[in-house]
Write a protein that binds this ligand. Structure first.
Ligand code: BGC
Length: 757
């Protein structure tokens, strides 16, 4: 990722920083005084403009959502936004990805007007959703989605993925990324399940931190010119909607909020995340955009977050139009600003800007309130090197964009994510000689591999597919030594040529049925039923009827119920949404070129109405016969097989009592009994045996991933302290209570005592 351009900029940073009053802020990105001077010089209108974020459509030729192709800046509209309304930020693409050259042209036009025609010459902060790679930049590397990344249990891969995403986003001239999603996936119905790091708060925290470090790099004063500012989202409780439908009410008691939904944000703030996006929904009856307790008391005073808080799309409007807490738009602006937002993703009109100015002029909002937000916004610009100037890179400045090295990482992530869920008769890996029928709606679909946020918002338009990438069937054809046939059989929801699939099945040795979901996210991804659609169930059942072994490959936004078919299949492989190189990765796993090592970062439910999570309370496990067998998911959290037999030895502990000042060393030996090298994710769970707040049956407290050579063994070592045993106690604060705890690793467990002294 080295290039002359960067070397030059770093040199500049180094030279100019010596003369700087505030050493931690190199003067190439300005100093404290710079920000404060600018604020002093600003009018109320200019301040309100800095707090305004518009959709790119607002400054392009054509109508909003119906731009003329190819999308171009309309200079009159741009001047209206940036010169007349002093708009400080623009976001998004006009509906689909652009080549880098087009992006650079768009950004150049915007910055030219901002830095030459406005009074204070402050560049515009451009932001975008680069959710799994720079997905709105044509030919950028598309990685597996976050859920798949969590399945690797290898956060270093996520850090690298984020670093490349930052590089390829910056290559398009964009310095701000609305990612990662730090919402915890507690309801599989939720349409943005795949955008999360799964159901466990600790996994979400560790992966969130890795991602932020990758996006922002090691230093954020300033952020290096090949890194971006991260935006953790969506604060707070967005994924906890009671109905599972997008942007519907969440009712989350404070303890659960703090135990489950808050830790990933807290960890991200500790990792230095520079911005945050607010939850569009309501939490306990209050829309979060109007909630001072969440946005100021919690976020600013308790978590001490100092970065920029941006609203989500049209969410100030929604305080009036959808949530009905504000009788008109002006009151909505008042509520959101006084609750604590800094920037409003308006994004398709100037009402926010106008009303904000009026509210200040009427004395309802003090100008000093705007100063606080504008200072945060200008500091972010300063860190990104766009406070006083906006250096637009050229295409040559980012030579590694879309490189083979980036592609290789994307494939490695997919390979480590893909999770072997069942393989009772060892049909996998497939033999080189096997004649294979590949079928199902995901078998020959790049859009299904990539999911939403792939060159378009919903990711369903295959005309944007990168045709150099391989679908599952194409990749299997490339890898397999024998005949590979293909028939779609059905789309995601209706039968097509199912009889062709049945006919081809008669002359194959094994069927690979690739099923799942059409990409979707947000409101368009709301579903009525978690069951795999009937057409796909029928396809698999008819194929099972041929008597040939069926290997099920799941390409899903969320865990769909597959009970009716999964148990009759010879193997089941969870592919998640593995991205542009997912086809190749699936083929390599099926053919045994790579030993699978992914583990589920969520509980895979067996029944639609039985959505108990892995860290449930013991009472949730009580069955109608009064035993403790009610928790019976299709596959549990942390489940994932490999082609090697792995054996965990008993756990050894350094002491049988842990004290507050002490560390408990936990050791376990893992043997690879097979003739294949393997990679094992080792998950350490702890149960608080008795506690003042009903304890979960287990809670993930640490994990690591190790390579174990064929026939070898590895000792794995963890260190546990009192903080690893904490829970949110009666006073709504983390506490560790004295008593017995049980450590669980593989099928082994061991008890120790925590002495609070
Ligand atoms: C989504 C955000 C996204 C924003 C900008 C919203 O609808 O909820 O996650 O960052 O749009 O595209």
């Amino acid at each position: 990722m080295k290039k002359n351009y960067l070397a030059f900029l770093s040199l500049l940073v180094l030279i100019t920083s010596f003369g700087c009053k505030h050493k931690e802020i190199p003067s190439d990105t300005g100093s404290d005084a710079d920000v404060l001077e600018l604020i002093d010089a600003m009018t109320v209108q200019e301040k309100a403009g800095q707090m305004t974020q518009l959709n790119l459509d607002m400054v392009c030729i054509g109508e909003i959502y119906q731009l003329h192709e190819p999308h171009r800046i309309d200079s009159a509209k741009l001047r209206k936004a940036v010169v007349e309304y002093h708009v400080g930020s623009i976001l998004n693409c006009g509906g689909h990805s652009y080549p880098r050259s087009q992006w650079l042209e768009i950004i150049r036009s915007i910055q030219e007007v901002a830095t030459t025609e406005t009074r204070l010459k402050i560049p515009v902060l451009y932001g975008i959703d680069a959710i799994h790679g720079a997905n709105y930049v044509s030919e950028a590397t598309l990685f597996p989605h976050q859920l798949a990344q969590a399945a690797t249990f290898n956060p270093e891969l996520t850090r690298q993925t984020a670093e490349i995403t930052a590089y390829e986003t910056r290559a398009a001239g964009i310095p701000w990324n609305f990612s990662p999603v730090l919402d915890v996936a507690r309801n599989p119905l939720w349409s943005r399940y795949f955008e999360t790091y799964g159901e466990d708060p600790y996994v979400c925290s560790v992966f969130g931190q890795a991602c932020i470090r990758g996006y922002q790099g090691a230093k954020t004063y300033p952020v290096a010119p090949d890194h971006v500012a991260a935006c953790m989202k969506h604060f707070l409780g967005y994924s906890g909607a009671r109905t599972g439908k997008d942007r519907t009410p969440a009712y989350i008691p404070e303890r659960e909020l703090r135990e489950i939904y808050l830790p990933s944000f807290r960890a991200a703030i500790e990792a230095g995340a520079l911005s945050i996006m607010i939850n569009s929904g309501e939490l306990n009856g209050v829309p979060v955009h109007a909630d001072h307790t969440i946005l100021t008391d919690l976020l600013r005073h308790e978590l001490r977050f100092e970065g920029v808080a941006v609203t989500d799309w049209e969410d100030v409007i929604k305080l009036h139009a959808n949530h009905r807490v504000a009788p008109n738009l002006k009151e909505a602006v008042y509520m959101a600003v006084m609750a604590g937002i800094d920037m409003c993703m308006v994004p398709n009109d100037y009402d926010f800007t106008r009303y904000l100015v009026e509210l200040v002029q009427e004395g309802r909002i003090p100008e000093s309130r705007l100063d606080v937000s504008v200072e945060r916004i200008l500091r972010l610009k300063q860190r990104l090197g766009i406070l006083r100037k906006a250096a637009i890179p050229s295409v040559q400045d980012f030579p590694e964009f879309g490189s083979a090295e980036h592609a290789a990482l994307a494939k490695s992530v997919a390979l480590e994510a893909i999770t072997l869920l069942s393989n009772p008769g060892d049909i996998l890996p497939l033999s080189q000689e096997a004649r294979i029928l590949v079928t199902g709606p995901a078998a020959h679909s790049m859009t299904m591999l990539n999911g939403a946020w792939s060159r378009t918002w919903q990711g369903t338009d295959s005309s944007f597919d990168d045709t150099t990438r391989l679908t599952i069937v194409e990749a299997i054809r490339k890898r397999a030594g024998s005949t590979v046939t293909y028939a779609e059989g059905c789309t995601t929801d209706s039968l097509t040529n199912i009889s062709d699939a049945e006919r081809l099945a008669t002359s194959c040795d094994v069927i690979v049925a690739c099923i799942g979901e059409k990409p979707s996210t947000e409101k368009p991804g709301d579903i009525q039923d978690l069951t795999l659609p009937a057409a796909q169930v029928e396809l698999v059942q008819r194929l099972l009827g041929t008597g040939k072994p069926v290997v099920l490959v799941l390409v899903e936004n969320r865990p769909l119920i597959v009970r009716e078919i999964a148990e009759s299949c010879s193997a089941v492989v969870m592919a998640y949404q593995p991205g542009d190189f997912g086809g190749e990765a699936i083929a390599d796993i099926l053919m045994g070129i790579t030993n699978p090592s992914g583990k589920l970062p969520f509980t895979y439910p067996r029944y639609v109405n039985d959505l108990i999570l892995y860290d449930h309370k013991q009472t949730e496990a009580v069955d109608p016969g009064f035993g403790f067998h009610a928790f019976r998911p299709q596959w549990p959290f942390g489940h994932g097989l490999s082609y090697s037999d792995i054996e965990y030895s008993g756990i050894s502990l350094s002491h049988d009592t842990l004290t507050s000042a002490d560390t408990l060393d936990v050791r376990v030996t893992i043997r690879n009994l097979s003739g294949r090298d393997t990679r094992e994710s080792v998950l350490l769970f702890i149960r608080d045996d008795y506690a003042s707040i009903t304890p979960p049956v287990r809670k993930l407290r640490d994990f690591t991933k190790v390579d174990i050579r064929a026939g070898q063994q590895r000792e794995v070592h963890f260190r546990i302290t009192r903080d690893d045993l904490a829970f949110i106690g009666k006073a709504m604060k983390p506490v560790t209570e004295e008593g017995h705890f049980t450590i669980m690793l593989g099928s082994s467990s061991q008890t120790f005592y925590f002495n609070a002294r």
